[in-house]
Design a protein around this ligand. Structure first.
Ligand code: SF4
Length: 275
């Protein structure tokens, strides 16, 4: 490249030219393949991205080694009131979206039991094996135990519906709402700066969203999920002891004492750290 300097024409190689300070970083961005912890599909995440949603099952897959410095997950401890207010906002969001109750629990209070996850197979749930969000396709209890080591808190929410509704055709709407709330809370938490937000919900997405289709598109055609913004992994398939969690969180109640018999469904969003 020729430029004029002090009346003389000088030749300047590309390397001598002034560069935007961010150019090197941009040029070194590369795609990194990360297996989805939910369905095993390979997710391509660019090295300057924090996360990307799995095209197969819709789970948010995080980049363990992004180009930029990972914010310190303990940062929130230096500003506990800001952290608490973000959690409060998520609880309020859950309620505004249709949850009957929602609360925050310490992730160490989540008990994971192989025996509970095995019930999906042994009791032969009619949805067993029909989607990547149910056993035997989910990673299961051992994976969750390891995953929980990086999780600090969980948002547990409940949708309470009358037994009349739960034993009618409208039961499916309640399950759909449960998955929708889990998915929305996930996105909202990431937007608020949480590093990890993973939603789980009761019920099978095959039964809730793809009941008119013979097969799940992910499992049958190795294709993409029809409802990535809704479908979330099954709580049961990971062996989460919900009875214990409800007791600890104060959400457990004696339904027999209720004036109108009701049934409850639950969802969980695991959360860690903030930017
Ligand atoms: S395609 Fe349907 S059944 Fe398969 S993962 Fe998506 S919502 Fe679930």
């Amino acid at each position: 490249m020729k430029i004029e300097s002090q009346g003389k024409e000088i030749t300047m190689s590309f390397n001598d030219s002034l560069k935007c300070p961010g150019l090197d970083r941009t040029l070194t961005v590369i795609p990194v393949e990360q297996p989805c912890p939910q369905c095993g599909e390979i997710v391509e995440i660019w090295s300057d991205e924090m996360k990307r949603r799995c095209a197969g099952c819709g789970m948010v897959v995080h980049n363990p080694n992004p180009l930029f410095a990972i914010p310190d997950p303990t940062m929130n401890e230096s500003n506990p009131s800001a952290h608490q207010s973000r959690l409060d906002e998520l609880v309020a969001l859950a309620i505004s979206l249709g949850a009957s109750t929602a609360t925050i629990v310490d992730a160490r209070d989540i008990r994971v039991e192989d025996g509970l996850a095995n019930l999906c197979r042994e009791a032969r749930c009619p949805n067993y094996g029909l989607s990547p969000t149910c056993p035997p396709h989910v990673k299961g209890p051992e994976w969750l135990r390891q995953y929980l080591k990086q999780i600090s808190v969980a948002l547990v929410f409940e949708i309470e519906a009358s037994q009349g509704r739960m034993y009618s055709d409208r039961r499916r709407e309640t399950g759909q709402l449960l998955h929708f709330i889990a998915a929305q809370l996930e996105s909202a938490a990431i937007e608020k700066g949480f590093l990890i937000a993973s939603g789980f919900a009761g019920g099978s997405c095959k039964n809730l969203f793809c009941y008119e289709h013979t097969h799940c598109r992910v499992l049958s055609k190795n294709g993409t999920c029809r409802h990535p913004g809704f479908s979330r992994p099954s709580v049961s398939g990971y062996g989460v002891n919900m009875n214990h969690l409800l007791k600890i969180s104060g959400l457990a109640k004696n339904k027999d004492d209720a004036p109108h018999p009701a049934s409850s469904s639950y969802g969980i969003v695991l959360l860690q750290g903030e930017k």
